[in-house]
Structures are given as structure tokens and as C-alpha cells.
Design a protein around this ligand. Structure first.
Ligand code: GDG
Length: 754
């Protein structure tokens, strides 16, 4: 935790109510909040106002959902100093937020684009820190939060976007604790050493932690965020889960901070590319450029993060070295105008245009221009024609959240040709591994990569592009928004049976060399019951587990929060089943012994814990104590709701005083205290290690299973049973389906079809 004396003035501002107490809730069940509304304002000669949809990826991703789920979009309409009433455009309700000229200067151009943008992009340009622009940022965030709070229906979902609005989640939560709140950061989140420069670093984290799910582009961004939370607030984090304390009595709220890499509407790009007129235009572009052997393309907003200068330098040196010649190679650089009133951007434009002018002066001939430079925006059709025309796409960003241009190029190339040169500092590099990856700071390396791209044989180009296209097609923007919203809201009513996408995933993991099937017990194999000792797996489970145990290369494990003796009693597992109990504290792996080590201090804590809970349980009817090897659980399932709350409150208060270091875990009608912290994620890691599994299937129903889902790799399969927010990729209704799933895996694995 930091003890530095930071300004708390604006922290107080953050807490001010944003909505008058008696305001009625709105009616929209899904509210998207972003700085800019997805429309452009146009005024006809007669003064009539029209709105034109500006087709960004976000709109395409959310449009169908917004229509079907009664959605509204809150944002600035792009015109300063004007009030607009909410209106409908293309079937989506738009709720304009007013920004004055001064807001644009301080909140948007100032704090957002001259402080946060450079800071979050690894200080490629120096960030400015001004208290006045911070104050404007707070004030405008409050305005956005108030607008969202006013239109959101009770219990609805609000999805806030990007770095301009990082305080909105907290403001919304304070005004409307009933809402489910998500946040997605489109740009990187910097390492702690850089983030820590921000004078308002704690306030921003506090703002973001108001969300239930915080999405980032890369795993590294989510990791940087969690580290900042640990360093600045000391909150416990485990994998993607952060426990945010909510009050004095040890209560906490679970926040998920995880990567959800954004994408594009790949099919729509391909559809454009297949249009004959766009293909004709692509041919025309090449012709107009003198039909160079190789056409290279760069498409970026004119921004210092995009590494346009580095690209031009590498290209210039290749021409100077004679490794490329202007007769053969032309670079088309689209630099679309951006943030033109921010001084760093004005300086950048001068710098780039000077470099382009110099290079063209040095190398262009009357018939061949080295760089065809365009400081305009083009219609999407023209962009697609350029992608189609380009043999080599250069993405040389010094730091970039994702970089959609890279994905668009791949989506357009239905001819399975073209070479993508991609900076490893763009988020897209995590997925697009078959591109030629470069470090743009290494000019020699970049030059070699460009030459390699220019000379790449057709077969290699096709092989790489095919793999890239598969990746972009599979993970398109619809998949991105679905996976974010799934994590945020969970399924509503879960239908019976095995859904198709789960069946496909099962087919894929069934072929693993070493497969680990790890299963929670209560609520997963066995329905929840009033008395924990009465729990039994449903009929057919034992046979399904046996069928899996009989197969080579398959191990089955039970991963339970119960003490192992209790688990053995209720599950009566076959001896080949690996067991972990007490959230991974106890482990039994192919031996009769249970592994467990408790220190003498931990044993003393255990005694104190037992004394306190027994006293409470003895005085409140319907509460029971379950002893566990490294802790105790207070069960309140049989108590009245009020008594249960009282018992849990007393336990938290008294133990908070006497044993402040205890790990507290809350489940359905159970409060569990451990003297040793371990999670089902730790248990799973141990099992993966022990079995050497290359693919893992994990099924669970409880919030404690989220730690295990968080520990799964991309190729693993997580299955959530029942409703509620989850990190699992799949969901089924009940233990019945789990047993069906186990039977299905065994059948697939043994080559039988059902
Ligand atoms: C931020 C993050 C993250 C560009 N010029 C024209 C034009 N474009 C389109 C491209 C592409 C989009 O703009 C640019 O997206 P990028 O991802 O490349 O970059 P940012 O604008 O910096 O976006 C970034 C993104 O958010 C999404 O999360 O990937 O890392 O910085 O779609 O095609 N489109 C048209 N004419 C142009 O002249 N029509």
C-alpha cells in the first residue's frame, strides 16, 4: 500500500451523488456508454438536422443486441455547446451528453488525450499533468454516469467504454447499486512503474473497480492493472479475480479483470472485398501507381503510437541501401487526421510530412513515387480496395491496444495472399502469430522483415495467411462482445441439454493426448441439499466417471471445497479418482495418504476460530459448524434469513478483531474461514502439474469455482452449472447435463459416436 500524501480533494468529488434521490429508474436493459455516439451530425442547407451512422466495429458488434434487448447508447454526439434530446437512429436509442468547448479542451483533448493516452502508451510522448484538466475529467465523467443512471432499467446491464470514462463505473455503482456494470479499456494499461506517475492513480483505480468486469485487450494489460490494484490498494488478487472490500466488516465484492481481445466484423469486410466493383477498384489503384511489383500499405490514424516515422525510416534506408528500389516498390501511407488541436499531434504531423517529403525528394522519379502519402479519411470501400491491392501490410505500432487495421487486412484477403508485418507491441500480435512479427524500435530488424515480406514465396504467404484468416474469422467482434457480456451477466434461463458450441468444444478436447477431467462435487455432480452429508451424485454419474477412468490418457479428479473425509464420504469415489479438498489445501494423488501441512501458528489460529464459531452457532438456531483441515465453515442454510445474517455478521466482526489475517470465503448460505489461503485454481494447477495434462475440462457451479475457471488455458474447457456471472466458456443447467457431458466425452474419446 502506498502512504504517499495524494490529493483527496477530487476523491471527495467522486463520491458526490450524481442522481437526485427520487429520480425514477429508466427503461433500457442494456446501456452502452462511450465518449462518442456512433453517429455523425449533418445539417442540411435548410437547417434540417440529420444523423448519419458512423459504422465503427463497436456499433456492428452491439447493433443486433441493442435492438433485441431494448438498448440505449449514451455518448457525445460530436457537436459542442448544443443540447439534443434523446433520439432514435437505425433502431437504436441514442442519449446525447452535452459537452461544451471548454469540456472538449480540458476533458477530451486535455486529460484524455494529453495525459492518459501518452501515459497508457508507455509515455512514447510525455504526458502532461494538470489539475484543471483532471477536474474537468471528473465533472464530465459524472455527467456521463448521470445520463446512464437515468436511462438504465432496474437491475440492467451497463457497459462503459474506454479511457475517457474510467470514473463512470464507480459513480454509477454508487448511484445505482442494482446495476451490473462492465468496463472495456480499448487501449493498453501500462506497467506499474509508468502508471504510478499519475497523480490521480488511486482515484482512477477506484473508479474502475466500481465495475463487475473490467476488460482489457491483452493478458499483460489485465496483469498490469491487477498489479496496480495490489500496490496501491493492497486488495487480494488471484488470477483474474480481485476481492474489493465493500465495508468495515470484511465483506468484499468480486471484480474480474481479464483480457477480451477485440475484433472486427470479419464477414462484413470479406463481403465488401468480394464485390466486383471493389476488386476493380483495387486493380485500378495498382495501375494508377504504375503497377509496382510490390505495393506496401500503412493505414493509421496520424498518431505517435503508430510508429509511422519508424516505418518511413526503415523504408528510406532500404531504398538508400539499394535493397529495394522505387521502380519495384511503392509505399502507400494513409494517415487519417486525428486530434488536430492537441499540440503533440500538430508537431507529429510536421515531423511525418517532413520525413515523407525528404524521402520522396531523395528517391522518387518522375514515373515512380516512393511514398504515396494521404492525410485524409476514406470511405470504408476504398480502404478495403487498398487492403486488396496491397502485397505487404505494415503495422509498426510502438504501442497499440489491439490494432484493428491488422485484422481488417487479414479479413479482406479472401484470396489467401498478402503478407502482414506486425509489431509485437500491438495487441493483435498475441493472436496473429503467423504474421512477420517485428520490434519497430529495431530498424535493422524491421528492414529485414520488410525485405522478407517482399520476397516471401507464394506457398509461405498462403500458409501464413490461411492461419491468420482462421484466427480472425473465429474470433470476430460478435464473439468478443458475446464473451464479455457472458462474463458480465451470466446466462438468464439456462436451457436443458448440451448446447452445440459445448459439444464442439468437447469434440476438440476429447482428442487430447493427456486429458484431465476435473469436477466440483456439490451442485455439479450432486444437487445441493439441506444437509451437506446427504449430498449424492445423481444416478449415472459413477458409471460415466468409470467409463472415463477406463480410457488411456484420461485422469478424473474431484475438486471440492469440502474437507477430504467429507468428500470421500459423500462421493465415494473410485480409487483411481484424484481428490483435492478444502479448496486445494488437502490433496490425495494416487496414495492412501492425504497431503497437508499446517504450521503450529496455524493450528493455534484454528483453535481460536473454532471457539468463536461454536459460541455463535450455539446461540443461533439453525446454524451449524463444519470442521475443515485448515478452517471452519459456518452453515446457515437451515436458519431463518435474519438469523443467518446475524450469525454471519457476528462471525465476521469477532474474527475480524481476533484473527485479522483469516481468508474468508462466502458461498450459498455458508461462510468459510481458513487459516491458510488456497483456491480451487491452486488445486487445479497442482492436478495439471501432477497429471501432465495438455487439455483440461473443469466443471463447477459455485463462485469458488471461478478461481479454477480463471486458471484454465485458452484450449481448455470450463463449464458452469446454473446461472450467475462466470469466466467459464460454457454453461449447462444442472448435474443431469454434467453427467451427459461426461458420457459424451467418454464416447468421443473412445471413438464411438452417440
Ligand atoms: C483504438 C486503440 C484498438 C483509419 N483510417 C480510416 C479508417 N480507419 C479505421 C481503420 C480501423 C480504425 O479506423 C482504427 O482502428 P485501430 O485499432 O487501428 O486504432 P485506434 O483508432 O487507435 O483504436 C486500438 C481500437 O481502439 C479498438 O479497440 O484496436 O489499439 O488505439 O477500423 O480501418 N476508416 C475509414 N477511413 C479511413 O481513412 N473508413
Amino acid at each position: 500500500m502506498t502512504s504517499s500524501a495524494e490529493s483527496t480533494r477530487s476523491q471527495t468529488d467522486l463520491a458526490a451523488p450524481i442522481v437526485p434521490v427520487d429520480t425514477p429508474a429508466g427503461t433500457y436493459t442494456l446501456v452502452v456508454v462511450s465518449n462518442r455516439l456512433p453517429v455523425d451530425y449533418e445539417e442540411g442547407a435548410d437547417g434540417a438536422v440529420t444523423w448519419r451512422t458512423s459504422p465503427g466495429g463497436l456499433v456492428t458488434a452491439l447493433e443486433p443486441l441493442m435492438r433485441s434487448s431494448h438498448g440505449a447508447w449514451v455518448g457525445w454526439p460530436g457537436v459542442a455547446d448544443r443540447d439534443f434530446e434523446p433520439f432514435e437512429n437505425d433502431g437504436i436509442s441514442l442519449v446525447p451528453v452535452r459537452l461544451n468547448e471548454a469540456d472538449i479542451e480540458d476533458y477530451y483533448e486535455g486529460f484524455s488525450n494529453d495525459t492518459l493516452w501518452p501515459l497508457y502508451h508507455d509515455v512514447i510522448a510525455p504526458p502532461s499533468f494538470h489539475r484543471e484538466t483532471w477536474d474537468a475529467y471528473v465533472a464530465v465523467n459524472r455527467r456521463f454516469a448521470a445520463a446512464a443512471a437515468a436511462v438504465a432499467a432496474p437491475g440492467s446491464t451497463v457497459w462503459v467504454h474506454d479511457y475517457q470514462l474510467q470514473l463512470v463505473p464507480r459513480m454509477l455503482r454508487e448511484a445505482r447499486p442494482d446495476l451490473v456494470i462492465g468496463f472495456f479499456n480499448h487501449i493498453p494499461f501500462p506497467p506499474y512503474g509508468i502508471y504510478a506517475q499519475l497523480p490521480w492513480r488511486k482515484q482512477i483505480l477506484h473508479g474502475l473497480l466500481g465495475a463487475d468486469v473490467i476488460g482489457f485487450q491483452r493478458g499483460a494489460d489485465a496483469g498490469n492493472f491487477s498489479q496496480a490494484v495490489r500496490r496501491l490498494y493492497g486488495y487480494p488478487t488471484r488470477g483474474v479475480v480481485i476481492d474489493v472490500p465493500t465495508g468495515e466488516n470484511g465483506d468484499s465484492r468480486r471484480v474480474i479483470a481479464k483480457h477480451f481481445p477485440i475484433s472486427i466484423d470479419a464477414a462484413a469486410y470479406e463481403e465488401l472485398a468480394r464485390r466486383p466493383e471493389i476488386q476493380a477498384r483495387a486493380r485500378q489503384i495498382r495501375e494508377d501507381l504504375g503497377n509496382p511489383k510490390t505495393l506496401m500499405l500503412g493505414v493509421d490514424r496520424l498518431d505517435y503510437t503508430k510508429g509511422i516515422g519508424h516505418r518511413i525510416k526503415a523504408f528510406g534506408e532500404l531504398l538508400a541501401d539499394g535493397r529495394l528500389s522505387v521502380e519495384d516498390v511503392t509505399l502507400v501511407q494513409v494517415a487519417s487526421p486525428s486530434r488536430e488541436r492537441v499540440s503533440t499531434y500538430m508537431a507529429l504531423r510536421d515531423e511525418i510530412e517532413l520525413a515523407v517529403g525528404r524521402l520522396n525528394g531523395d528517391f522518387s522519379t518522375i514515373s515512380h513515387t516512393a511514398i504515396s502519402y494521404h492525410h485524409h479519411s476514406y470511405p470504408r470501400e476504398e480502404m478495403v480496395a487498398m487492403y486488396l491491392a496491397a502485397d505487404v501490410m505494415l503495422v509498426t505500432a510502438l504501442r497499440d491496444g489491439m490494432n484493428l487495421v491488422a485484422k481488417e487486412y487479414v479479413a479482406v484477403r479472401f484470396d489467401v495472399d498478402g503478407v502482414l508485418v506486425l509489431s509485437e507491441f500491438a495487441g493483435a500480435a498475441d493472436e496473429l502469430k503467423q504474421a512477420i512479427l517485428i520490434n519497430p524500435h529495431d530498424i535493422d530488424g524491421t528492414k529485414d522483415a520488410i525485405v522478407r515480406a517482399v520476397e516471401m514465396p507464394k506457398r509461405e504467404r498462403t500458409r501464413r495467411m490461411r492461419a491468420l484468416r482462421r484466427k480472425v474469422a473465429e474470433n470476430d467482434v460478435a464473439a468478443w462482445s458475446a464473451s464479455f457480456l457472458r462474463a458480465l451477466t451470466g446466462g438468464a434461463a439456462v436451457p436443458a441439454g448440451i448446447p452445440d458450441d459445448l459439444d464442439q468444444a468437447l469434440q476438440s478436447i476429447a482428442g487430447a493426448e493427456n486429458l484431465l477431467i476435473a469436477l466440483d462435487f456439490d451442485g455439479t455432480l450432486a444437487p445441493h441439499v439441506d444437509h451437506p452429508e446427504d449430498a449424492r451424485a445423481i444416478a449415472g454419474t459413477r458409471e460415466a466417471v468409470q467409463a472415463l477412468l477406463d480410457l488411456p490418457g484420461v485422469r478424473v479428479a474431484f475438486v471440492s471445497g469440502r474437507a477430504l473425509v467429507s468428500l470421500q464420504h459423500v462421493a465415494q469415489p473410485q480409487s483411481a479418482v484424484l481428490l483435492t479438498g478444502s479448496h486445494g489445501i488437502e490433496v490425495q494423488l494416487d496414495t492412501p495418504e492425504i497431503e497437508l501441512n499446517l504450521l503450529s501458528t496455524e493450528l493455534e489460529q484454528l483453535d481460536t476460530l473454532a471457539r468463536v464459531l461454536e459460541t455463535i452457532s450455539g446461540s443461533i438456531a439453525g446454524t451449524t459448524i463444519e470442521r475443515k483441515p485448515a478452517g471452519l465453515a459456518l452453515h446457515t442454510r437451515l436458519a431463518t434469513e435474519k438469523d443467518g445474517q446475524t450469525a454471519q455478521g457476528q462471525a465476521r466482526d469477532q474474527l475480524g478483531d481476533q484473527l485479522p489475517g483469516l481468508t474468508i470465503r462466502e458461498g450459498k448460505n455458508v461462510l468459510e474461514f481458513s487459516v491458510r489461503s488456497s483456491t480451487k485454481g491452486d488445486a487445479l494447477a497442482k492436478l495439471r502439474d501432477y497429471t501432465g495434462a495438455d487439455r483440461v475440462f473443469y466443471a463447477g457451479d459455485d463462485v469458488t469455482d471461478e478461481d479454477a475457471f480463471a486458471a484454465l488455458d485458452e484450449d481448455d474447457v470450463g463449464l458452469k452449472i446454473g446461472q450467475g456471472a462466470t469466466l467459464a466458456g460454457y454453461r449447462v443447467r444442472s448435474p443431469q447435463e454434467v453427467t451427459q457431458v461426461l458420457v459424451r466425452i467418454a464416447a468421443l474419446r473412445s471413438g464411438r459416436s452417440l
